[in-house]
Write a protein that binds this ligand. Structure first.
Ligand code: SAM
Length: 284
């Protein structure tokens, strides 16, 4: 029996018992490893860092898709930056209001690989006629496109390697430029207990370009270290301040099948632990 040790942190590691290594490729843009585990199902690691497991991906994908979509109320155009596994597209496409979902992924290898080896994650999303896949660096795309989106989901790797540019102020500025008036940007922003600097940096870099900048939280078992911070930025204050009654009414009128997201979780997710609030209050 072997173990896979994740190498994200200098002083702490998590390890997965591996039933079988299914794939390993070291020649592409990123090292891709896929293995089977007894607890989390299939696990994908890029450059040694866990990206998605078939066991708990629903938490992450549901919270970054459904929360902003119900907060907005009428998302028709969405852009996912990163997200080559297709899980974010799968959740976004559950909403019948969505007419177009563009995936901008830097690594074609991840898309092809996940379609073949982790088909339950995208669950047919890549065959949906509303989807357009663009293989490009997200920073270039956002700097040059003339498209506008109601929702931008930054489903990136951590700010090391190719994902680093997706945490820069110039990228956020261009995201703001590419939003419609009531549009929302959300992203994965690390685990504040271990990656608190990321929360502070994101807040500071977004503040000049958006009206409403904040975070919400979700507990994703394989992103270890406590709650994960999910970033929120919008040009209008309206979507984040929607009441529980409005969110619950929208959910009841157009429900999607979920395992984590509910209107009550939506409301509660914006209640930040004090130590997370403290990471951003210095900048307010
Ligand atoms: N759920 C995952 C997590 O939080 O760890 C993220 C999954 S998704 C597989 C991350 C994707 O971002 C990868 O497929 C990677 O290739 C892509 N990516 C990294 N940097 C990028 C960039 N600059 N532009 C577009 N996609 C990028």
């Amino acid at each position: 029996m072997t173990w896979f040790q994740e190498g994200l942190y200098d002083h702490w590691q998590q390890a997965f018992k591996v039933t079988k290594e299914l794939y390993r490729s070291e020649g592409g843009l990123q090292e891709i490893v896929l293995f089977e585990t007894p607890q989390f199902g299939r696990v994908l690691a890029l450059d040694g860092v866990i990206q998605v497991t078939t066991g708990d991906e629903f938490v992450y994908h549901e919270m970054l898709a459904h929360l902003p979509i119900y907060a907005h109320g009428n998302v028709r155009t969405a852009c996912v930056v990163g997200g080559g596994d297709g899980g974010m597209l799968r959740e976004i496409l559950k909403h019948p209001t969505v007419e177009k979902a563009v995936l901008v992924e830097i690594d074609a290898g991840v898309v092809e690989f996940c379609r073949e080896h982790m088909p339950s994650v995208s669950n047919g999303a890549f065959d949906d006629p509303r989807v357009e896949v663009i293989i490009a660096d997200g920073i270039e795309f956002m700097a040059t496109t003339d498209r506008r989106f109601d929702l931008i989901v930054i489903d990136s790797t951590d700010p090391i390697g190719p994902g680093e540019v997706l945490f820069t102020e110039s990228f956020y500025k261009n995201c703001a430029r590419c939003l419609t008036e009531e549009g929302i940007v959300v992203n994965q922003n690390g685990v504040p207990f271990l990656q608190g600097d990321e929360v502070t940096a994101t807040y500071r870099r977004r503040k000049p370009h958006f009206t409403d900048v904040g975070f919400f939280v979700a507990a994703v078992p394989t992103y270890v270290g406590g709650f994960m911070a999910l970033g929120w930025a919008s040009l209008s204050q309206r979507p984040r301040s929607e009441t529980f009654e409005t969110i619950a009414r929208r959910f009841a009128a157009a429900p999607v099948a979920t395992r984590y997201y509910t209107p009550a979780i939506h409301q509660a997710a914006f209640a930040l632990p004090k130590f997370v609030q403290d990471l951003i209050t210095d900048w307010q």
